[in-house]
Unconditional design. Structure first.
Ligand SMILES: *[C@@H]1O[C@H](CO)[C@@H](O)[C@H](O)[C@H]1NC(C)=O
Ligand SMILES: *[C@@H]1O[C@H](CO)[C@@H](O)[C@H](O)[C@H]1NC(C)=O
Ligand SMILES: *[C@@H]1O[C@H](CO)[C@@H](O)[C@H](O)[C@H]1NC(C)=O
Ligand SMILES: *[C@@H]1O[C@H](CO)[C@@H](O)[C@H](O)[C@H]1NC(C)=O
Ligand SMILES: *[C@@H]1O[C@H](CO)[C@@H](O)[C@H](O)[C@H]1NC(C)=O
Ligand SMILES: *[C@@H]1O[C@H](CO)[C@@H](O)[C@H](O)[C@H]1NC(C)=O
Ligand SMILES: *[C@@H]1O[C@H](CO)[C@@H](O)[C@H](O)[C@H]1NC(C)=O
Ligand SMILES: *[C@@H]1O[C@H](CO)[C@@H](O)[C@H](O)[C@H]1NC(C)=O
Ligand SMILES: *[C@@H]1O[C@H](CO)[C@@H](O)[C@H](O)[C@H]1NC(C)=O
Ligand SMILES: *[C@@H]1O[C@H](CO)[C@@H](O)[C@H](O)[C@H]1NC(C)=O
Ligand SMILES: CC(=O)N[C@H]1CO[C@H](CO)[C@@H](O)[C@@H]1O
Length: 851
């Protein structure tokens, strides 16, 4: 991997040096060609068109900002058809007026990419100041807007000011953003897209492949219903979302041309609005999504309301109760809520919810001129109408949107959001004492609306007076406000790690230990000033960036969110403890950096990233043959054994999951992210917490329900992981009705029917040893048993994995599968049968434990 990296580095370097020759004009005529070592520049030098290197020595035709040192590419022409030979490729206007990119001599056989438009008489290619590459007739006079072709019609991952995305119903053209495969490295088409859906009341969806992961909410005249922090700004960013019979358009523009702002969907599925801050020479992230758990699509199911300030985040709409109590308690809200009282239609009333992100609007009834009162009447008369709201919030509200059927993906905001009226049986409203019939409510809404608009106008005036210089800081302030939620959560998490009980034995020799400290400048240089494209991921704790020390070592830097609420000394002490953990199956902490408000942890970089990025990726999972998977299982087991038993401290990881298993260049697994780990005193075996942190699908029942954790809760997570590695399927949650979705249930039933081998991932070819696979499944099932005391400890897990002759108890039913059993008899008989087995095998386990 380092070799590859160096290679990439040098190719970029060499290209950068040769590229210095520029045609030094913004246009290319039909008699000129643009070679790979040449560029076009827009007149005032804002953007450059030229060739960039990608991975595997691919070359792409691209547009980037000229004066921003770390090249930020905003458009790529041939993202899926790269040039391979840098020296011979060139761009020109072809004979029929198309723009053509050829990889060597001028011949149709060598066409790599071309534009796609009708013929032109005397075309000229021009790079405009706004980053738009256009093909137009030469003779068109000043300010031509009638382009034959323009790059703005073929967006890649970036939306620039003046660019628009959406649908044109007349031409049937559609424009959307699609992520790069690896932002900053590989521009080929990635997994994430950001695309407008024009059905019902249009919204924009962020998708991973076909799966929706986030939606913007409908446009309410000022902003998206799900982006309360988005504010119309008189002198800076103007957002424009227009819908009419000709199509749906989204764009933004910026009054001041010297402010660079862009909307990007990056390769890890984050939508970001970035703005260049000249004074600090950095891109500032003003806004991003998904931002919290509540931004995850359908987090709380139908009629569930997600409130990121609450714990658990899911609540039911008033008058509804959880469909699946048990799952709800386990913080899995995905099944949503059901009515407590059935509707009657005639006598039903409406309950007003405030500050919400409107439910999904793809199949709603819309009338943009109706008032809210008419809307309420119409909804009331139509028994299948479940709720209504204003389309627009401007001018006190107008327009009518009516939901027929379930309300899904609702969330609330402490501020922002809009009103939603939900149909309830009259008794549900009367009972509460806050009775209000729909019309009274409507009046109140109007009054509130008027008051709000007055406030908005006054605020607007104030804002205008406060002028543009404050724009950046104000926008920053907004992110801060929004970020405060996230931060308070981070705070909680940080407290968890850092308030751990220290083993007294560990404390004594701590001071002898050298704690490698990094200088903040070194880290800033190494990570290119925490450049967005170098971001490897983001967690509750902060963000992780890839970096490269001057000496060449590649590192991963975890930047803890700034208000960790923890003193420097405590932080150092914690780091000293973690630095001591050295094992080949744990990611190594190289050191840390404490400066000003910054707390950074520096880790070794893992070339092959995280296990989940390969294991759950259809195209990449075949890379994991059985030998590799078995090696990964054993490696994780060894790492966990070290944490639990062999290090001088007893450490419970608490958040073991596929995304926390990193893979080095040889695909050896390393456990990472001790962010939530608790360090136990020598004799302590179990603890309890009121704050359950962790990841659904990996949490043991006793931890999820009562907050009890011990080494056995890690063993449970390990078991889930083993079953995931074997099946290549993610454990989605506990209570999916569909067996295929509930990995543990499915594994358990296949095991009991003697079909355990059917579980194996179909992308593992036949080259596996059935007995080895069965042993792993067996171990996995033992680890996920419902009762913590039944689960093996890590020493016995390792023994069972490594020895073909180890005696293994018959597993009992896994945690969470019993509750769903439809047939109690079946459960009874099976458990008594297993009791028998158990009494025999108890001895085995005890022996194994004795090591
Ligand atoms: C790339 O171009 C060079 C110089 O013309 C040529 O010698 C070489 O064969 C080309 N490589 C490929 C793979 O086409
Ligand atoms: C640019 O590339 C062309 C074709 O390979 C070559 O003839 C020319 O010398 C190069 N110019 C520079 C400055 O490298
Ligand atoms: C140029 O590209 C075409 C189309 O992709 C391909 O068939 C041809 O082999 C390439 N030629 C060279 C010299 O790379
Ligand atoms: C050109 O148009 C054809 C048909 O409309 C389409 O299939 C093709 O993808 C287009 N190519 C480009 C580069 O846009
Ligand atoms: C928004 O876009 C539409 C269509 O492009 C245009 O007619 C309208 O004037 C724009 N509104 C603003 C405020 O820019
Ligand atoms: C979308 O916006 C573009 C540019 O402002 C405009 O040319 C186009 O007509 C608009 N389309 C619709 C359907 O409003
Ligand atoms: C535009 O922004 C730049 C940089 O923020 C600033 O220096 C300049 O004065 C602004 N121009 C106008 C017209 O507001
Ligand atoms: C919308 O509502 C108004 C007022 O009730 C009505 O006049 C108009 O016909 C409705 N439009 C549509 C398209 O239903
Ligand atoms: C209720 O409204 C929906 C959507 O407009 C319509 O399809 C349905 O026919 C209406 N039902 C009644 C009973 O009016
Ligand atoms: C959690 O621990 C408490 C006290 O140790 C115990 O009473 C309770 O039964 C435990 N819960 C589970 C699910 O094991
Ligand atoms: C599956 C995968 O991506 N494997 C890569 C792991 O890292 C090494 C070294 O960088 C690569 O050669 C493998 O292709």
């Amino acid at each position: 991997m380092p070799c590859f990296f160096l290679f990439f580095f040098f190719t970029s370097l060499s290209l950068l040096t040769t590229i210095s020759i520029s045609i030094s004009t913004d246009t290319l005529t039909s008699s000129q060609i643009l070679r790979t070592n040449q560029t076009l520049e827009s007149t005032k030098g804002t953007f450059v068109l030229g060739f960039i290197p990608g991975t595997n020595s691919n070359i792409y035709l691209a547009i980037w900002y000229k004066n921003i040192q770390d090249r930020v590419v905003v458009w790529v022409a041939n993202r899926d058809n790269p040039l391979h030979n840098s020296t011979n490729g060139f761009l020109k206007i072809g004979d029929n007026g198309n723009i053509v990119l050829l990889n060597s001599s001028d011949s149709d056989n060598n066409l790599v990419w071309s534009s796609n438009q009708t013929t032109a008489k005397n075309p000229i290619l021009q790079l405009l100041e706004n980053g738009n590459l256009v093909l137009r007739e030469t003779n068109v006079n000043e300010n031509p807007t009638n382009f034959l072709w323009q790059s703005f019609d073929y967006p890649t991952d970036t939306l620039l000011p003046d660019m628009n995305m959406g649908w044109n119903f007349d031409t049937k053209m559609e424009k959307h953003l699609t992520s790069w495969k690896i932002t900053g490295e590989d521009p080929s088409t990635g997994d994430y897209s950001f695309k407008i859906d024009f059905h019902g009341l249009p919204e924009i969806f962020l998708r991973n492949g076909e799966n929706i992961i986030y939606r913007s909410g409908p446009w309410n005249g000022e902003r998206f219903s799900g982006v309360p922090e988005m504010q119309p700004d008189t002198d800076s960013i103007v957002f424009n979302f227009s819908t009419n019979e000709h199509g749906v358009n989204y764009s933004f523009s910026i009054g001041n041309r010297s402010i660079f702002s862009r909307l990007v969907v990056n390769s890890i599925g984050e939508l970001q609005r970035l703005t260049w801050v000249e004074s600090s020479k950095t891109w500032t992230k003003f806004w991003y999504a998904p931002k919290d758990q509540c931004d995850d699509y359908k987090e709380c199911g139908p009629y569930g309301v997600c409130d990121s300030n609450a714990s658990p985040v899911c609540e039911c709409v008033k008058g509804f109760s959880p469909k699946n109590e048990q799952a709800w308690k386990l913080r899995d809200g995905s099944e949503g809520c059901v009515r407590k009282t059935n509707l009657d239609c005639e006598s039903d009333k409406f309950f007003r919810m405030e500050n919400v992100k409107l439910p999904e609007t793809s199949s709603v009834f819309v009338n943009k001129t109706m008032s809210i009162v008419e809307c309420g009447d119409l909804c009331h008369r139509n028994c299948s109408c479940t709720g209504y709201a204003n389309v627009y919030v401007t001018n006190g509200g107008s327009g009518c949107v009516m939901w027929i059927g379930q309300l899904v993906d609702i969330r609330t905001y402490s501020d922002g959001g809009q009103d939603l009226y939900v149909r309830l049986a009259a008794s549900e409203i009367d009972n509460s004492g806050s009775a209000s019939d729909s019309h009274k409510t409507n009046h109140r809404a109007e009054i509130v609306g008027i008051t709000i608009s007055a406030v908005v106008i006054i605020l607007g005036l104030a804002i205008i007076l406060c002028n543009k210089r404050k724009l950046l800081s104000r926008l920053n302030g907004k992110t801060d406000q929004r970020g405060s939620l996230q931060r308070s959560r981070d705070l909680l998490m940080n407290e968890m790690v850092f308030s751990s009980n220290r083993g007294s034995s560990g404390e004594r020799d701590m001071d002898d230990l050298e704690l490698p400290m990094f200088d903040f400048n070194t880290i800033t240089i190494a990570t290119n000033n925490f450049y967005e494209a170098n971001k490897l991921g983001q967690g509750g704790f902060g963000s992780v960036y890839k970096g490269r020390l001057i000496e060449g070592q590649v590192i991963a830097v975890k930047r803890l969110s700034q208000t960790s609420g923890q003193g420097v000394e405590e932080f150092k002490n914690e780091v000293k403890l973690i630095v001591k953990l050295q094992h080949r199956n744990l990611v190594r902490l190289l050191g840390c950096c404490i400066e000003k408000d910054e707390k950074l942890l520096v880790y070794e970089y893992m070339e092959n990233r995280s296990l989940d990025s390969i294991l759950f990726d259809k195209t990449r999972k075949p890379l994991l043959d059985w030998t590799r998977r078995f090696n990964i299982i054993c490696g994780i087991a060894r790492g966990l054994l070290y944490l639990h038993h062999d290090s001088r401290l007893r450490i419970i990881h608490r958040d073991l999951k596929a995304s926390n298993i990193l893979l080095d260049s040889e695909m050896n697994p390393k456990i990472s992210d001790f962010g939530m780990a608790r360090i136990f005193g020598k004799d302590q075996t179990e603890a309890n917490t009121l704050r359950v942190v962790g990841t659904y699908g990996y949490m043991s029942p006793e931890y999820a329900m009562d907050g009890n954790f011990s080494v056995k809760s890690d063993v449970f997570s390990f078991g889930v992981l083993v079953l995931e590695i074997i099946t290549g399927n993610k454990n989605r949650g506990f209570y999916y009705a569909n067996d295929d979705m509930n990995l543990l249930k499915n594994a358990w039933s296949q095991w009991r029917e003697g079909n355990a081998l059917e579980l194996i991932d179909s992308s593992i070819s036949d080259s596996y040893t059935p007995s080895e696979v069965l042993r792993c499944i067996h171990v996995g099932l033992l680890c996920v048993q419902e009762r913590a005391e039944d689960r093996p400890t890590m020493p016995s897990v390792l023994l069972m994995l490594s020895s073909e002759t180890a005696l293994m108890p018959e597993p009992r039913s896994p945690g969470f599968s019993l509750g769903k059993s439809k047939n109690p008899q079946e459960t009874d008989s099976s458990s008594s049968k297993h009791d028998e087995t158990w009494s025999v095998n108890q001895v085995t386990v005890t022996l194994l434990n004795a090591r």
